[in-house]
Design a binder for this molecule. Structure first.
Ligand code: 9MR
Length: 466
């Protein structure tokens, strides 16, 4: 049975100590495979694999209606390419302006797309005044910037690139103003400030030339490892993936995997694969193979959560202005025609690799207690791997305890074994979603020792991954 509300009228002795049990169990999910046909977008194909497929965009491009039509329909995720950077959001100390960034976030939300925030702390696109801040004040200035911006967008973003491009190619720290005036600790301090401002948004370190194993990715790896050991909050690593046709690092998948094994997600955050101009059919074919390989490497690691193109059309690529003589880096050409790269990505996203396993957690706490009885609440959370469509929480009754009723869940008691399945309305949990159910018990309120959550197999998800 379940009721929608906790029982009323009980004499309660107030809130008792919070007891936590967080256990999870995975369940292999059948892989729903969407066919790659003309009507299926890259976003939909990726969602069927439990990932997002997105594009960066920038405000000056939005009046181009041909451009926004594809931007709004083909992708399940958007990154704000420029206007969340410090130069735009805090142009002078203490004066914050999110107008341009919000134009993009509003657009993405109206199209049902999730948004990555990019970026809070970077040596580039930094207003001049930051460079003039005395050393003794810069930590506070950095924290204030992070706190204000993260707080402003709370609840609207899936990820924040908290710190961007802090390492040199040899693995040493880049001598940015933050490094020079605050010292090595500035990265950890930035992550702590971001977490304090929003406990839910996923916090990423983002960099380029860390896609393959080498001195730079080794340095990032060691930093993440040390953050994990020290309890510094970090949820993910963004590998920008500004790549060159024919030069996709052979160790890409292995490198993604080693970061995942540290307990962080990985996202390919700024993918493009440039070539020496002019385009030829042979170079397009090489590039297509490379795009397919990158998508496959991500799909092969369950913690690789998504791929973002650094804009989707050659019309708005950053590449030619920075690398003269190079370009044609994106899957759509400057006239919005799909290139072989597009079809290679679609084929890779349609391939046979299974959707990542869904996982869920169950967290128990006593909400009230009286002579001979208690009520408890169990928070069921997604394990951040893939959306799930249902859950079952089981436990063995501690001695002297019985369960008489539950709400927001379907209760079955057999001997000492208790099972609560989701109600009709709270089974679906997005990647970061959670719900609760409650129950009333007789006897002691002891924490069950073996509370376990098992997800129902994931089915094809739609919409935004939270
Ligand atoms: O695409 C961005 C371009 O419009 C800006 O002029 C440039 C300024 O440095 O930044 C570009 O985006 C960069 C991103 O923020 C971080 N990784 C490298 C990207 C390409 O330079």
């Amino acid at each position: 049975m379940f009721r929608h509300h906790p029982p009323r009228g009980r004499r309660t002795a107030g809130f008792l100590a919070t007891a936590l049990v967080a256990l999870s169990a995975g369940l292999t999910a059948a892989a729903p495979t969407a066919a790659a046909h003309a009507d299926t977008t890259l976003g939909e194909l990726a969602e069927a694999k439990g990932r997002y497929f997105g594009s960066a965009t920038d405000n000056p491009e939005l009046p181009d209606t041909r451009y926004t039509q594809i931007l709004g329909s083909e992708f399940s995720q958007i990154t704000v390419g420029n206007t969340m950077k410090w130069q735009y959001t805090e142009p002078s100390r203490g004066r914050f302006d999110y107008t341009a960034a919000e134009e993009i976030v509003d657009l993405a939300e109206s199209n049902g797309q999730s948004v990555r925030g990019h970026t809070l702390v970077w040596h580039n696109q930094l207003p001049d005044w930051v460079g003039d801040v005395p050393a003794g004040e810069l930590l506070e200035v950095m924290r204030d910037h992070i706190t204000h911006e993260v707080d402003h967008f709370e609840g609207r973003l899936i990820h924040w690139d908290v710190v961007n491009e802090a390492f040199e190619e040899d693995g040493s720290r880049r001598q940015s103003v933050f490094q020079q005036k605050i010292g090595d600790s500035y990265i950890a301090e930035a992550f702590k400030a971001a977490r304090a401002a929003d406990p839910d948004v996923k916090l990423y370190y983002n960099d380029y030339n860390i896609e393959g194993i080498g001195p730079k990715s080794d340095a990032v790896y060691e930093m993440v490892k040390s953050f994990k050991a020290r309890g510094i909050p970090i949820d993910g690593v963004g590998m920008q993936a500004h790549l060159i046709a024919g030069q996709v690092p052979a160790s890409l998948q292995q490198n993604i995997q080693r970061f995942a094994d540290l307990g962080v997600d990985v996202a390919l955050t700024e993918l493009d694969i440039r070539m020496t101009l002019p385009r030829t059919a042979a170079k397009d074919a090489r590039q297509a193979t490379d795009y397919g390989a990158v998508a496959e490497a991500c799909l092969a690691v369950s913690r690789c959560v998504g791929i973002t193109l650094w804009d989707y059309t050659d019309k708005y690529s950053w590449v030619p202005s920075v690398f003269p003589g190079e370009g044609a880096a994106l899957p759509w050409d400057e006239n919005f025609a799909k290139k072989p790269a597009y079809h290679a990505i679609a084929a890779a996203l349609t391939g046979g690799s299974p959707a990542p396993r869904g996982e869920c957690t169950a967290t128990y706490r006593v909400t009230s207690q009286w002579q001979g009885g208690f009520t408890a609440e169990v928070t069921v959370g997604n394990g951040h791997t893939a959306p799930i469509t249902g859950w079952t929480v089981t436990w063995t009754l501690p001695g002297g305890q019985s369960v008489s009723s539950a709400w927001n869940g379907d209760l079955t008691v057999g001997g000492q074994e208790v099972t609560v399945r989701n109600a009709a309305y709270n089974g679906t949990l997005s990647r970061s979603g959670s719900t609760t159910f409650g129950f009333q018990g007789e006897g002691t309120a002891d924490t069950p020792a073996d509370m376990t959550c098992t997800p129902s197999p994931a089915t094809q998800s739609s919409g935004v991954i939270g």
